[in-house]
Every structure is written in structure tokens, then in C-alpha cells.
Design a protein around this ligand. Structure first.
Ligand SMILES: Nc1nc2c(ncn2[C@@H]2O[C@H](COP(=O)(O)OP(=O)(O)OP(=O)(O)O)[C@@H](O)[C@H]2O)c(=O)[nH]1
Ligand SMILES: [Mg+2]
Length: 373
């Protein structure tokens, strides 16, 4: 083991063996910060070495879903069931050795599903090409955890994702950090801090080498949330979970599994028989929160046949990326009718957040109003 790995192991051990209470709280916070910094260093070194060659994955469709699970849980069988893809399946581990995409239609949306090699404990440290797989996971919009009822250890799986900077079913902390050259560090907050009061935030920031600048809390954040913001390489992804091979399970076994997998609500499926697949597809489609935008050329009715599919939170800028390039280049303003408009036909800019079933006219500079049609 390298000196860096030794240091990481030592800090991990100390965190594990230190009892958590009021007196040790700050100490543990600083240890966690130290660990995050060491892991960033490990990441940087792995990149410097060139590591393994990453998988080249071309994203397509309106959203991308990653199939994440241990080897042999049935990820490839599920991909083949959901899409027209033909991914090799077999009764031994590591059948899949690259990323296999497939496309699933849901309503008017197309969802890209990525089958990938199974993850094993130690993946985030590079085991079983884990680092490369996790970097693909980081680029997805939704993770579908697939479990085998015989080894439903979700915790070991999620901790590999966490180790790779993936935050599951969380939103980014409302903390703003700014660096400057001098002037010391100021910490302020718009709410009362219960986890990071009395200089704790500044001490943790120092572990990251932040001595000058400001930290503004807009929520009562935890130590872990502050560390996430300071580390800066986190991605926030939604996840849902399915238990495969469930044609083998009794009602009692299902109830027991459901209890152990809280707070997830597992969907019981069988990639082999097709049981539960419709429920899974609907859960996926709903979780991705698609919105439909009807584009209306000026002076003409909106195109209600073929909405542009975006996702909740997307803006006019996101819509422009899906329309012919001249509309983006010539963009002057947009007019909006629907739930996101304060009044019918409101004029808005690129940053305006759209809602499901909005009607939008794009106004371009050259030669007056024009739009996609
Ligand atoms: N009983 C049962 N067996 C299944 C089901 N789905 C997949 N299997 C079997 O489980 C084994 C592994 O399936 P794969 O689809 O290759 O699993 P994988 O998760 O892609 O495995 P790796 O690519 O090695 O990570 C195969 O023998 C499948 O036939 C299911 O719903 N029920
Ligand atoms: Mg496979």
C-alpha cells in the first residue's frame, strides 16, 4: 500500500472507532474533511497516471439511466427486456465488460438505458474497473439499483457510489463558498446552524486550505454537506430500486426484503418472466420528471403533435438546444403561455424555467419574429 492509502486507511479507522458525541463532534468533522481531501488527492493521482481507459459512452435520448448492481443480478437480462438491445447474459460474474446502451420509449420521451459491468466492494478504489464504471454512473440522470434477493446488500453498493462523489436522492446543499486572496474567512448564515456552530465550519474549511473567502449557509447544513460543497466534485442523482428474480420469492420474503431496504420502495420484478416490468417503466418515467413543451411559430397554432421533451427545471436555453441552431443564435426573447407564465404571452429570456405543457414562441432578431415550425 502507498503512503497515501495508509493515511486514508488510518483516518477511516479513526472515524470508525471514535464514539460520536458532543465532545468528539468537531474532531470527527475534521477527520471527515481530512479524508475527503486525501480522497481528492487519490483521484488526482489516478487521473495523472491515466488510470484505466474510460468507457466512451454516447449519451442520447431525453435522459440516461444507469443499471447499477453486483455481478449476475440480471442487469443485462433486464436491458434486453426493456429495450431492443442484445446484451450478453450468463450465469457467471462479469459477463458484461463494457457499457451496452439501449433505448426505451415512455410516452413521447426516449430514455437511454445503460447496462454496465457489475460493481463489487472496492469499486471506487478501482476494483473490477470500478472507477471507469462509476465515472459512467456519474454522467447519468438516474440510477436504477438492481438487487438479487440472495444478496440484497444495498449499503455496500451505495457506499461505492458515495465514494465516487455520487449523492443519491439528495439535492445540492444550499451553501455558497467563495475563495479570495486575503482578508481571512467569514462565515455567515441566513438560518440558525445546529450542526456547524461556533467556528466548526471555519475549521473544516481550513482542512481544505480555505483560509480567505466566505461561506454563506442558506440552510442548516450538516458537516457532510459542507464537506461536499468544499470538495466540489459531487454529482446529485436520483435513484430507484428494483429487486430482480422475484418470481422466486414468496409474499413473506418480499415483505421482509421491503423492510430491510427502507427508505427505498423496491419494485419486485423478474427480468426473466416480465413480472413488474410495466410498474418499473412507469416509476422510471415518472422519476425522470419529463415536461412537454409545445412550440408555436408566430401567428400560427402551437405544434401539439410533437412536443419538445425537456425535464423539470429546464429553461428556455434548454429548449433552444433542441431547436434549429439559427433560433438559438438569433434568439431575442421568448413568449410563454402556460403554467410558468405570470400572464399569457409573457416575454422571457433564456433563464426562464419552463413548466409541463407550456406553449413557447421563439423570437429571433433578424427580420422580426420567427420561430420553429
Ligand atoms: N430466476 C431468474 N434468473 C434471472 C433473472 N434475470 C436474470 N437471471 C439470470 O441471472 C444470471 C445473470 O444474468 P445477467 O443478466 O447476465 O446478469 P448481469 O447482472 O448482467 O451480470 P454481469 O454482466 O456479470 O454483471 C443469468 O443466468 C440469468 O439468466 C430473473 O428475473 N429470474
Ligand atoms: Mg451483464
Amino acid at each position: 500500500m502507498s503512503a497515501l492509502e495508509d493515511q486514508i486507511a488510518a483516518v477511516e479507522e479513526e472515524i470508525r472507532t471514535t464514539a460520536y458525541n458532543k465532545a468528539t463532534q468537531l474532531h470527527i468533522g475534521r477527520l471527515k474533511a481530512k479524508l475527503a481531501v486525501l480522497r481528492l488527492e487519490r483521484e488526482a493521482r489516478a487521473k495523472g497516471r491515466g488510470g484505466g481507459v474510460g468507457y466512451a459512452v454516447r449519451k442520447s435520448g431525453n435522459a440516461t439511466v444507469g443499471l447499477v448492481g453486483y455481478p449476475s443480478v440480471g442487469k443485462s437480462t433486464l436491458l434486453n427486456r426493456l429495450t431492443a438491445a442484445d446484451s450478453e447474459t450468463a450465469a457467471y460474474d462479469f459477463t458484461t465488460v463494457s457499457i451496452i446502451p439501449g433505448m426505451l420509449r415512455w410516452g413521447g420521451a426516449s430514455i437511454q438505458i445503460l447496462d454496465m459491468p457489475g460493481l463489487i466492494p472496492g469499486a471506487s478504489r478501482g476494483k473490477g474497473r470500478g472507477r471507469e464504471v462509476l465515472s459512467v454512473v456519474r454522467s447519468t440522470d438516474l440510477v436504477l439499483f438492481l438487487l438479487d434477493p440472495d444478496h440484497p446488500n444495498l449499503r455496500a453498493l451505495t457506499s461505492e457510489l458515495e465514494g465516487a462523489g455520487v449523492r443519491i436522492n439528495q439535492r445540492p446543499p444550499r451553501i455558497v463558498v467563495q475563495h479570495s486572496d486575503r482578508g481571512g474567512l467569514t462565515v455567515s448564515s441566513t438560518v440558525r446552524l445546529t450542526h456547524l456552530a461556533g467556528g466548526a465550519a471555519a475549521q473544516i474549511a481550513r482542512e481544505f486550505g480555505l483560509h480567505n473567502g466566505s461561506i454563506v449557509f442558506r440552510e442548516d447544513a450538516t458537516v457532510d454537506q459542507l464537506i461536499d460543497v468544499l470538495a466540489g466534485n459531487r454529482v446529485y442523482i436520483i435513484a430507484i430500486m428494483a429487486v430482480n428474480k422475484s418470481e422466486l420469492l414468496s409474499a413473506k420474503q418480499r415483505a421482509e426484503l421491503t423492510a430491510t431496504l427502507l427508505p427505498y420502495e423496491p419494485i419486485f420484478i423478474s427480468a426473466r418472466t416480465g413480472e413488474g416490468i410495466d410498474t418499473l417503466v412507469d416509476r422510471l418515467g415518472n422519476a425522470l420528471r419529463f415536461i412537454r413543451i409545445y412550440v408555436k411559430p408566430p401567428g400560427r397554432p402551437p405544434d401539439r403533435e410533437e412536443p419538445v421533451i425537456l425535464r423539470s427545471g429546464d429553461t428556455v436555453a434548454g429548449l433552444l438546444r433542441k431547436l434549429p441552431g439559427e433560433l438559438d443564435r438569433g434568439f431575442k426573447a421568448a413568449q410563454v403561455w402556460g403554467r410558468s407564465a405570470r400572464f399569457p404571452g409573457q416575454t422571457v429570456g433564456r433563464e426562464h424555467v419552463l413548466s409541463d405543457e407550456d406553449v413557447v414562441t421563439v423570437l429571433v432578431a433578424r427580420g422580426g419574429a420567427r420561430a420553429a415550425g
